[in-house]
Write a protein that binds this ligand. Structure first.
Ligand code: NAD
Length: 367
């Protein structure tokens, strides 16, 4: 059996190679499909003989190899969703983390490749033709730093990153994670010049997951039975919606007393701070990376999944020209639809207040 395999192996291998030579990374379906027409054609090319072909897996770049970035990369690799390029301005850590992930492959049984690069020299060529780019690069708030100082510092980071990403991956979909989330997503969209469908921010998936975890703990049921709904900006005035949150399809107000629901809503709003206080240094990264990867997966697999994401609103929910968290349909084209749900006057007021906070940040940046 082994001898027979060895005899046919060279033949099979050369057939596979010549088939591969006809195909390039640029004709991969994810971005090709979403970038129909001229955009897709301009990046399409046929590989020349002998040219290295990376394969047919999707490609995701994760910018920022800190806690959120590296766990995002790890989850993508572990689930074999795509090959990952992890970048940071630091020299060494992204390469070390990527190699570490590669070395876990034989155990976790994943063939996804991880590459780690430093972009300190401004070279983003290794990120070229990514299908999705997740931006987690940024500074944490340091003592003595005002919110506005942090806002401007992270704006500079996001601007510099997006300029490079657009050059090397003109057809990608950008998912922003860097805080302050909604303002950074708006900045990324503005700098990229991309259509609004291809830039979105991660917050609602995380905030809803936190709410679901608290509901599951309260009701002592599986998290799989719980579905929660959080809208608005990623701040203390986010808008958890108990009416739209369910346990096995039953709305929360039919299951829990008002004080218990209020406590869950309050804990959800302060979910990030609760973790920061426990960790002492740094902020949450397990749930944030899981949330980012849920969005990546919905796009790469064209799932048409409805998830709450920060997206550019152009009149929806009475909000114009601003990134705010609302339910959207996520698929290969990015944001394929903004879902408008009916809100009570009180819920709408809370959403408008939350949008007002985002507007304040955006106007500080003048974008
Ligand atoms: P971290 O400090 O561990 O990682 C940030 C990384 O960015 C660092 O490794 C740093 O070297 C790198 N970096 C800085 N400037 C860069 C640049 N120009 N190019 C490439 N890399 C650069 O922080 P973290 O815990 O990973 O969090 C990352 C960001 O995500 C923060 O802004 C945080 O507030 C935010 N965050 C958002 C959510 C959300 O719900 N949207 C949740 C958690 C964290």
């Amino acid at each position: 059996m082994l001898r027979r395999l060895l005899r046919i192996w060279p033949r099979t291998r050369s057939r596979v190679r010549s088939e591969k030579e006809k195909i390039t990374r640029h004709s991969r379906p994810a971005c090709g499909r979403q970038a129909q027409g001229k955009e897709a054609l301009s990046t399409q090319r046929i590989a020349k003989k002998g040219e290295e072909i990376d394969g047919m897996r999707k490609k995701v770049t994760v910018v920022g190899g800190g806690f959120v970035g590296s766990t995002t990369a790890q989850r993508i690799v572990d689930r074999e969703l795509a090959d990952v390029v992890l970048t940071d301005i630091l020299d060494g850590p992204p390469a070390g983390k990527a190699l570490d992930m590669m070395e876990s492959g034989p155990i976790t049984r994943t063939d996804s490749r991880a590459t780690g690069i430093s972009t300190a020299n401004g070279d983003y060529s290794a990120t070229a033709n990514s299908d999705v780019v997740v931006i987690t690069a940024g500074f944490p708030r340091k003592p003595g730093m005002s919110r506005d100082d942090l806002l401007k510092a992270n704006y500079d980071v996001v601007k510099a990153v997006v300029e490079q990403i657009v050059r090397h991956s003109p057809n990608c979909i950008i998912i922003v994670v860097t805080n302050p989330l909604d303002a950074m997503a708006q900045a990324a969209w503005k700098v990229s010049g991309f259509p609004k469908s291809r830039v979105l921010g991660m917050a609602g998936v995380l905030d809803s997951a936190r709410m679901s975890a608290f509901v599951a703990m309260e009701c002592k049921v599986s998290v799989e039975n719980v579905h929660s709904f959080v809208l608005g900006g990623h701040g203390d005035d986010m808008v958890p919606l108990p009416r739209y949150s369910t346990v096995a399809g039953i709305p929360l107000p039919d299951l829990l007393k008002k004080e218990r629901i209020d406590a869950i809503v309050e804990r959800t709003r302060k979910g990030g701070a609760e973790i920061v206080n426990l960790l002492k240094t740094g902020s949450a990264y397990y749930a944030p990376s899981a949330a980012a990867v849920e969005m990546v997966e919905a796009i790469l697999k064209d799932k048409k999944k409805i998830l709450p994401c920060a997206v550019y609103l152009d009149g929806e929910y009475g909000i114009k020209g601003l990134f705010v968290g609302v339910p959207v349909k996520l698929g290969a084209k990015g944001v394929e639809e903004i879902i408008q749900i009916k809100l009570t006057a009180e819920e709408n007021m809370a959403l408008q207040k939350s949008a007002g906070s985002v507007k304040e940040l955006v106007s500080v940046l003048g974008i």
